[in-house]
Design a protein around this ligand. Structure first.
Ligand code: SF4
Ligand code: SF4
Length: 94
């Protein structure tokens, strides 16, 4: 059984998407203000969010990333912790 990835600050910090070649610099810059807001808000508020430009295995797909240029998910500790078996969570599912 696959455990649902929790929307926590710890998982957001451990998420490797921000180091990924598929994550364009322009998207990272655009995501900055929302990420900063999240880190200042409570964990409860984070749980209620449906969209976040990171931790895509817990949130929806990205509204900015469009192209596959490699994926850091297999080397991510969140991936191991929740026994995930997929990659490219940032892109729309087929
Ligand atoms: S498995 Fe991928 S999407 Fe999920 S936290 Fe890790 S790097 Fe981010
Ligand atoms: S889900 Fe994978 S491909 Fe997408 S940004 Fe995260 S590490 Fe990169």
């Amino acid at each position: 059984m696959v455990t649902k990835v929790e929307k926590t600050k710890k998982n957001l910090i451990q998420c490797r998407c921000k180091l990924c070649p598929s994550y364009p610099l322009g998207c990272l810059i655009k995501a900055g203000p929302q990420m900063a807001k999240v880190f200042l808000a409570s964990e409860k508020k984070l749980e209620k969010e449906s969209h976040m430009e990171s931790l895509f295995c817990a949130f929806e797909a990205s509204s900015c990333i469009k192209e596959k240029k490699g994926c850091k998910c297999p080397s991510c500790s969140v991936h191991k912790k929740y026994d995930l078996d997929q990659t490219f969570y940032c892109l729309e599912k087929d």
